[in-house]
Design a protein around this ligand. Structure first.
Ligand SMILES: *Cc1c(COP(=O)(O)O)cnc(C)c1O
Length: 425
């Protein structure tokens, strides 16, 4: 065991890593003229080198062609959103027609709830996790009120039932069964942002649909992190952002999935815009809305081309890696090694809150600092001064997310050695 946790072994793993060249595809913030040890891909992924060229291509076309850019070349703006559909579909395990890059996550969540949260007096309830990311909580609360219902009775939050604040599948099943006949929508994350817990989306979808409820997922922390099979699992919808594990840049255009079974349903209410109109007749500019078939039918505006450009570069890097399964293979090893190193060498300093079963976690480990908030802040700030970047969650947790695209096994040793130095071990 100790041999497997040695620095020498980490160096050997890096040398043999089939993904090691991908690190050169990213731009690293510098610390004392060296690359930062960056573990914050769960918050904002690093810049892919190709992103600048992708943005520049749009700027150049705008300068040289202006309005003609809409209709010129392979990257014509009229269809720009479609340039990412096939790659995105592979990342989330969907048909290209089931995904669209548009808006931002919170906007897409509202648009999806307009179509898939249709409360009635008998079935007004949305079921979600307690401690959800605030935007999800606000969106759900405001949607319930918007329909004239009452979050005090019609929002059910499933409490963590496991020691480190994670939620068992049994607890989710109990809640879905208990509230079944009153459930309009089950909204669940793929990966819990605070604990790093990965949920069994297949099981949750089956339980919810068995009760006659709609199912939607927030995959902000899942996309680019763990493999997904959205088409087969068949929730009604899913939403996500692209700036975390997919590296498409700050405020990047987000993603949205609508399952194929809804693509031709004209009875679904939706908030419509001209870009969701079927393309063949869109420019007749008629007053009647005829939705495009597929997720594209939920678009509102013409594609935000400058915002989409870095996403193209980001998805190209995933393809270079050989897809999401190749990333997951390395990720399991990286995060597994970090977990083992923390338990072996930092047991009195850091406690792993994220589930230890590999299938119940992705890249991220949430680490509680022993001794409370002051001590936690002190460690977090020390790490920053030595160029090791994680992120801080109140009151005493540091999230460390090694990502297979640009982190090395040696980075894990750097982290552990610096924590040891800080703790005087
Ligand atoms: C990051 C994140 C968001 C962010 O929402 P934006 O609309 O992109 O600002 C929403 N939900 C979850 C679960 C997240 O992790």
């Amino acid at each position: 065991m100790s041999e497997l946790l040695s620095r020498t072994h980490a160096v050997a793993l890096d040398a043999a890593d089939p993904l090691r060249a991908l690190r050169n595809e990213f731009v690293f913030p510098q610390h004392n003229h060296r690359d930062q040890t960056y573990f914050v891909g769960n918050s904002l992924g690093l810049q892919p080198r190709g992103a600048r060229a992708a943005v520049q291509e749009v700027m150049d076309k705008w300068a040289s062609l202006a309005v003609e850019g809409h209709f010129t070349g392979d990257t014509q703006w009229l269809h720009y959103h479609r340039l990412v559909s096939e790659q995105l579909a592979r990342v989330v395990g969907a048909l290209p027609s089931e995904v669209v890059a548009m808006n931002t996550l919170s906007v897409n969540l509202h648009l999806m709830m307009v179509s898939f949260y249709r409360p009635t007096a008998e079935r007004p309830v949305i079921l979600m996790e307690a401690g959800a990311f605030p935007t999800d909580r606000h969106a759900v609360d405001s949607q319930i009120r918007f329909h004239g219902f009452n979050p005090d009775t019609d929002l059910i939050e499933v409490q963590p039932d496991e020691p480190n604040g994670t939620i068992s599948l049994q607890a989710i099943e109990r809640a879905i069964t208990e509230h079944g006949p009153r459930l309009a929508l089950v909204l669940w994350p793929g990966v819990q942002y605070r604990s790093g817990q990965v949920f069994d989306l297949d099981a949750i979808t089956r339980m919810a649909r068995l009760q006659g409820a709609r199912v939607g997922f927030d995959l902000a922390h899942s996309v680019g992190n763990v493999p997904l099979q959205l088409h087969d699992i068949a929730p009604d919808f899913a939403v996500w952002c692209h700036y975390k594990y997919l590296n498409a840049g700050p405020g990047a255009v987000a993603g949205c999935f609508v399952h194929e079974r809804h693509h031709r349903d004209a009875t679904l209410p939706r908030f419509a815009g001209w870009w969701g109109h079927e393309e063949a007749t869109r420019f007749k500019m008629a007053p009647q809305f005829v939705p495009a078939v597929g997720a594209e039918g939920w678009q509102l505006s013409n594609p935000p081309v400058l915002g989409l450009a870095p996403l193209r570069a980001a998805l190209d890097v995933v393809d270079k890696a050989g897809g999401i399964d190749a990333l997951r293979t390395k990720s399991l090893r990286l995060t597994g090694m970090l977990d083992a190193l923390v338990r072996a060498r930092l047991s009195g300093v850091l406690e792993v809150l994220t589930p230890s079963e590999p299938e119940r976690r992705g890249c991220q480990l949430s680490l509680r600092v022993a001794g409370g908030r002051e001590r936690g802040r002190s460690l977090f700030e020390y790490l920053q001064t030595v160029g090791v970047l994680g992120d801080w969650r109140e009151p005493d947790v540091i999230r460390i997310s090694p990502t297979p695209l640009y982190n090395r096994y040696l980075d894990l040793h750097h982290f552990v050695e610096e924590v040891e130095a800080w703790a005087g071990l």
